[in-house]
Design a protein around this ligand. Structure first.
Ligand code: FAD
Length: 641
């Protein structure tokens, strides 16, 4: 069987691309997803039950890191959604946007056409934002910063706020930051520059109060009925088939393992789009012969493209959660451990769509650099950079000098956020392979400090030639000493959040570092392993997301982020996937134009500068007109419908 487009991985990005491409009835799209479709499962749909999927193989790939030398040799869990919708089906639904300087640095790394302003239309395109209700207005005072101009109004993902924020937690959190920073939010955090405490938006449908995610927002009844879109679940992709041509390596199909264990093969007419996520996209590339020669030969895999950058440049947000018991009467998700409380909460949620289960749990803050005394003076921040990027420069971190300088420049831009905090009204629902999380009898909340802009880099590579062996995941958390310096100071500030008014005992920097080593884990935002950069600058894909050395194989997921965005990354995954769909449609339009002009050969050049095999017209399935919805110009500054 053959399809114009084969999408490997029906996760967050994969379903965006599938839906946008299959809007054109003249192309056929196949999605291959290893997990099941759980889009009517209450554990997925009920916002307050987000943590119940973690560590269960029917939802979660349950990856584990190697021992982390800078975290007391601990193994760090890395959950990933193994289901239609991928990790968007199991995340905590927080919607955050990165800084302007952050995305501008993507372009400065050699990616023409990428900047904050060029990606901005796609954050709107992916979403429909519902204005805040009375509770969000009164308790967390969203109107003080919410700028409706930035809201999407017709995209698939439903975004809004909850309707049940308690004053004792979410309200108090926002006021605490107003007090600690000496002012309220400096603007809408989606403008790329604002700092302060705020109630983040969430990917929850304001109508149903259920999770809105890639497998229901992008794959609803209309898309499910499309005859040209085939979605196969419980189907494991084993490798991508390629062949050598004079213009480069061409992806010609995909080998899969069907639910009954049988091996099958599907032909790709136009493109294969790899959307298997930061851990498995590089795994599938390597198993398909695209990776470092030495590694591939070690596993007896024929080398199609020798590129040792595949699987490198892994970045993640380390997070330090400190747990505090709450006073009686303060609401924590831990109360759900009581079966009677849980039953009442479930009844309230299903009958009225309100209560503790009806919304994403966390609230957030973006701050400048902070330490035990509050906001750090600029001179101290500069001294820290000078020391750790200068005299104490460490070369084990693996990032290039150019990249470190860009990162530093973007972090020194005045006004934008450098550290992120979350309040999670629960004990930490993480799979803790080390069993070190303290367990209290009383309900708890967690205050979490997140390192927004990591300097260290890790890697992920195959551990065998079999798709069923998990890859070796080594994020090398805090390998760069500057990461520890910044994160430990953020942990010192946690004590200020806890006691903004009372005299409090300062946590010494040494003690804060020990806390980091003992309890830091992953914020579950791995990115960067198929980085978008020029090949000579450690790239895997080009600025149109085509794999270097190939003509028609793209990667579209968090693995292409060249630099980690600040904040939770799902919004950026959706936005990048929306943009990628426009790239793909544009390449098709170009082939159709060439075909109409009489070119008609099997290797018309796409806008990425590569060439692709076949075309819709040659397949006999379509006319020669350009899609109605393909309106991107070469720079891609307008999102098409
Ligand atoms: C517990 C948790 C909480 C999080 N909370 C937030 C949050 O609140 N806000 C936020 O912004 N981000 C959050 N994130 C992160 C965010 O959800 C992810 O970064 C994002 O969804 C990743 O999208 P992706 O398209 O790159 O990969 P995925 O969505 O993971 O998609 C990859 C897909 O490929 C499939 N696949 C992999 N290998 C194969 C194969 N061989 N064959 C077939 N299919 C395959 C997978 O099953 C999966 O469906 C959280 C993550 C976790 C784990």
């Amino acid at each position: 069987m053959s399809f114009n487009y084969i999408i490997v991985g029906g996760g967050t990005a994969g379903m965006v691309v599938a839906t946008r491409l299959s809007k054109d009835p003249n192309v056929t799209v196949l999605v291959l997803e290893a997990g099941a479709d759980k889009s009517s499962d209450p554990a997925v749909l009920t916002p307050g039950l987000f943590s119940t999927q973690i560590g269960k193989p029917e939802y979660d790939w349950m990856f584990r890191s190697t021992r982390q030398a800078h975290l007391n040799d601990r193994i760090i869990a890395q959950p990933r959604g193994k289901q239609l919708g991928g990790t968007s089906a199991m995340n905590i639904m927080v919607i955050m946007h990165p800084t302007r300087a952050n995305l501008d640095a993507w372009g400065a790394l050699g990616n023409e056409g990428w900047s904050f302003d060029e990606l901005a239309p796609y954050y709107r395109k992916m979403s429909t934002v519902t204005p805040p209700g009375p509770n969000a207005r009164d308790v967390v005072q969203v109107d003080k910063w919410h700028d409706p101009v930035l809201d999407g109004d017709s995209g698939p993902l439903r975004i809004g706020w909850g309707n049940d924020y308690p004053e004792s937690l979410h309200g108090a959190w926002v006021k605490t930051f107003d007090h600690l920073l000496g002012r309220g939010m400096t603007g809408d955090p989606r403008n790329g520059e604002a700092v302060g405490g705020f109630q983040n938006m969430e990917s929850v449908s304001p109508d149903t109060r259920c999770r809105s995610y890639a497998a229901n927002a992008y794959y609803g009844p209309e898309e499910r009925a499309r005859p040209n879109l085939t979605v196969m679940t419980d189907t494991l992709v084993v490798r991508i088939a390629t062949k050598q041509t004079p213009s480069g390596i061409v992806a010609i199909g995909v080998h899969v393992r069907m639910p009954d264990g049988e091996e099958q093969y599907f032909d790709a007419i136009d493109e294969v789009v790899l959307c298997a996520g930061t851990i498995q996209s590089p795994q599938i590339l390597e198993l398909s012969g695209i990776g470092g020669r030495a590694l591939l030969e070690q596993h007896s895999i024929p080398v199609m493209v020798d590129n040792p950058n595949v699987g490198e440049n892994l970045q993640d947000h380390p997070i330090v959660g400190q747990i505090f018991e709450v006073k009686e009467g303060v609401r924590s998700l831990d109360l759900l451990k009581d079966p009677g409380y849980a039953e009442t909460a479930m009844e309230e949620f299903s009958k009225q769509g309100t209560g503790i289960l009806s919304q994403g749990p966390v609230t957030s803050a973006y701050t400048p650099f902070v330490d035990k005394d509050g906001v750090m003076p600029e001179a101290e921040v500069k001294a820290l950079f000078d020391e750790y990027l200068g005299s104490k420069r460490n070369t084990a971190h693996d990032a290039t000098d150019h990249e470190l300088q860009l990162l530093r420049n973007s972090m020194e831009k005045p006004g934008s956020n450098q550290v992120q905090y979350h309040l999670l009204p629960a004990s930490l629902p993480v799979q803790d392979p080390n069993g070190i999380s303290p367990v209290f009898d009383q309900p708890q909340v967690a205050v979490m400090a997140i390192l927004s802009h990591p300097f260290g880099r890790g890697h992920v590579h195959i551990s065998s030639s079999s798709i069923t062996d998990p890859p070796m995941l080594d994020p090398r958390y805090l390998v760069h000493p500057l990461d520890m310096e910044i994160l430990a100071r953020s942990v010192q500030f946690t004590e200020r959040i806890r006691y903004p008014d009372f005299p409090h005992a300062d946590v010494s920097l040494d003690r804060a570092k020990e806390i980091v080593r003992q309890v830091a884990f992953s914020c579950y935002h791995p990115a960067g392993t198929c980085g978008m950069r020029p090949r000579e600058a450690r790239g895997v894909v080009d600025a149109r997301l085509v794999v270097h050395g190939t003509t028609n194989l793209r990667v579209v997921d968090a693995s292409v982020f060249p630099l980690m965005p600040s904040g939770n990354i799902q919004a950026t995954v959706y936005a990048v996937a929306e943009r990628a769909a426009d790239f793909i449609k544009e390449a098709l339009a170009e082939r159709r134009r060439a075909s109409a002009a009489g070119g008609g050969d099997n290797g018309s050049t796409d806008s990425a500068g590569g060439s692709t095999v076949g075309s819709v017209d040659e397949d006999g399935s379509g006319g020669t007109s350009v899609h109605g919805d393909s309106s991107m110009d070469g720079k891609g500054s307008n999102a098409s419908a």
